[in-house]
Design a protein around this ligand. Structure first.
Ligand code: ADP
Length: 441
């Protein structure tokens, strides 16, 4: 939100600066440079002396009067050659000077003026310029005056913009909060933007969209939940029936063929049972809006995860790297362990010899990665693999079991924690699953 504010404030301030520059340029063009004009006002006594006292003298008295003024004035009056004066002036100032006008340089506190244009005062007077130095001009005061003037204009402009954007702001922020909550799983979150607000139509559309998503999700969850539940009872009945059948066979199954078939059927049923359990878990996660966060020391968390893993296949090396085992996580411990265990179980299935599980802090995030030296996951499959029932290489996967629900559950858990998961290629050669979890106080 701050970024949005800065992006808005930037152009506003820039436009005010551009407007100020334009106003200054327009005033200068129409009425002359305001700074120069106030310098002229400050130098008015000296200009008055030149125009009304020195210049009013008869030709032969002109120099006398100038000298008299020199004697009494603290300001320096000097005669310099026209060529020297021209060197110090800009093109437009030269033009002004050539028409006999007074040229002021406010920053240097000086003014220039031709003695005359046709050599009437004394011989060669048309080639001389009267340079008046150390004029009582306060250049910085004039600049400050102009700056204050424009700052006041900018403030007056900013006040209505500020009021307008504040109201706008609050509405946008409230809407952003709603979408954030909705995205975090709080499906009942809706915008209550007032009808008079300018973003009201947008808020209405977001609410409609949220309604549709909520309805769709809840009917999908309901369906999944009901189907899974309904399947449980016939599965249990079949298991029971198979057990009775097996115990009833007794000595009649001479070569054990019937028993073998029953055992195979029991295996299929237990597979079906775990599929139903995973489906129910997935549906529960979908419906879950809130996490049961608790504080857990990292060392305990690691131990908990490892304890509930199936036995590690022989010849496989699992390396756990964590530099901050005494730090604490504030997470839904049951769910996060489940996610990590799913990743580690997959690594058990697909690694050749080595698995590394890393946990570290980076800025405001926990980075958790599980990588192995197995066959890896092609870049084109890395997104799809998180979809439910998506499996990579069917011939390879069949041997490893599973329904393609494990990673989809991992992603659900990480998203519920406000985190992200992505796959890359491990330095070990296999797949690297990286989780980034925001630290929650
Ligand atoms: P399953 O329960 O079938 O393992 P998952 O959702 O956990 O389902 O994984 C989906 C697919 O992703 C797997 O079938 C497998 O093809 C692939 N996969 C998962 N983890 C790895 C890994 N560490 N290395 C290679 N492939 C993997």
């Amino acid at each position: 939100m701050n970024r949005l504010f800065l992006r808005f404030l930037g152009p506003v301030l820039l436009s005010i600066a551009v407007a100020t520059a334009l106003v200054y340029a327009a005033i200068t063009w129409i009425f002359g440079d305001p700074i120069e004009q106030s310098a002229l006002r400050q130098a008015a006594p000296q200009i008055f002396l030149i125009e009304q006292y020195i210049d009013k003298a008869a030709s032969d008295e002109w120099l006398l009067r100038l000298n008299k003024v020199r004697e009494v004035s603290q300001v320096k009056f000097e005669l310099i050659p026209l060529k020297q004066a021209l060197e110090k002036l800009t093109q437009s100032q030269r033009q002004q000077l050539s028409t006999g006008k007074i040229v002021v340089n406010a920053a240097q506190r000086v003014l220039y003026r031709r003695v005359d244009l046709d050599g009437e005062r004394y011989i060669g007077s048309e080639d001389d310029v009267l340079l008046v130095q150390e004029l009582p001009i306060d250049y910085w005061f004039n600049i400050k005056l102009e700056v204050v003037r424009y700052i006041i204009v900018a403030f007056v402009l900013l006040i209505p913009i500020g009021f307008w954007s504040r109201a706008h702001w609050r509405d946008i922020q409230a809407l952003a909060k709603v979408t954030e909550n909705f995205g975090a799983g709080q499906l009942s979150a809706r915008a209550s933007t007032p009808a008079a607000a300018s973003i009201y139509p947008l808020a209405q559309q977001i609410n409609q969209m949220a309604n549709r998503i909520e309805t769709l999700l809840s009917s999908q969850q309901h369906l999944l939940h009901s189907v899974s539940h309904e399947l449980r009872t016939p599965i249990a009945r079949l298991e029971f029936a198979l057990e009775i059948l097996q115990s009833g066979l007794g000595s009649s199954d001479i070569n054990g063929k019937q028993t073998q078939r029953i055992i195979a059927m029991q295996g299929d049923l237990s597979e079906l049972n775990s599929l139903v359990s995973e489906l129910l878990d997935s549906a529960k996660l979908d419906a879950q809006g809130q996490l049961q966060r608790e504080t857990i020391v990292l060392e305990m968390f690691i131990q908990n995860c490892l304890q509930h893993l199936p036995p590690k296949p022989q010849g496989l090396d699992l390396q756990v790297e964590c530099a901050a085992t005494n730090k604490s996580l504030f997470v839904d411990q049951r769910l996060l362990s489940r996610a990590i265990q799913n990743l580690l179980k997959n690594a058990y299935k697909y690694a050749d010899q080595k698995i590394i599980w890393r946990l570290k802090m980076q800025g405001e995030h926990w980075l958790i990665s599980v990588e192995d030296d197995g066959a890896g996951i092609p870049a084109s499959e890395r997104e799809k693999i998180f979809d439910a029932f998506y499996r990579l290489d069917r011939s390879r996967d069949r041997a490893t079991g599973g329904f393609g629900l494990g990673l989809s559950i991992v992603r659900q858990i990480i998203v519920l924690h406000g985190g992200r998961i992505h796959i890359s290629e491990s330095e070990l050669g296999g797949a690297k699953f990286e989780i980034s979890l925001p630290m929650v106080a």
